[in-house]
Design a protein around this ligand. Sequence first.
Ligand code: DGL
Length: 283
Amino acid sequence: MKEGNRPIGLLDSGVGGLTVAREIALSLPEEELVYYGDTLHLPYGPRTREEVRGFVFKIIDFLIEEKRAKTIVLACNTATAFTLEEARRRYPVPVFGTLDGACKKAVRESRNQKIGVIGTEGTINSQAYQRALLELDERLQVFATACPRFVELVEEGNFAGREVFDTANRYLDGLKGAGIDVLILGCTHFPYLIPVIRRVMGDKVTLINPAVEMAGEVKKWLKQEGLARQNGSHQEQISQQEFLISDMKRISKTFLEKGSKFLKLPSLNFTEKNIFEGEEDDS
Ligand code: DGL
């Protein structure tokens, strides 16, 4: 197989990273994607760095060794916050994370230098976003809030309605009060909730979805390295997307119905592939 015709490997704890898969599929429709959602260990947010590190490296090993991924996209902020630096040293292929592009964009967009970040407890407590933003501009005021319930709502396929709106109001009230003009959606599950988040935050606050920046970074890299997929034979022209998950029981029917509509991916058929079998079940 030509080097460039190997797939792009993506991973997340569940269906959140599909928001990144969508942006990559839109911007690079010819590329083959292999997505791994670790529903067996969802949510990653409340877990320790060590636990998340173990799961993430196991998935990357699988994507590189068995799927021959030409690059890895950490389509998960918690995984990025906990493992990006080490993963970049550890693997022979480039590893993309959620943080860098989103932070640069947030700094460019903000007029009043008050930036909000929402994410899982793991991401927010790691201070990864806060540090990355302040490194770009030390005059910034950064306001960060963990929103773990958002992850559950999305996994349940619950993207709108009273409960989502009330939860969003509760989580985002402090950020509104702080007068931020940019809000980073620092969890790949959150873009499903953009309509509700926008309603709560109002039109004057710019929402940053890191997936958009990530797709741009991957595209640039493929071009630079000459590793874009070459459409040669008829067989090669049909790009594929493979969606694997570690536990099928944890995918909700409602998510499948609403998620595929939201994601506009050509197909959203999950296959169960438990690469953790035989390991102690600590989920
Ligand atoms: N979607 C993930 C993130 O971006 C993780 C959500 C979770 O498993 O807690 O952080």
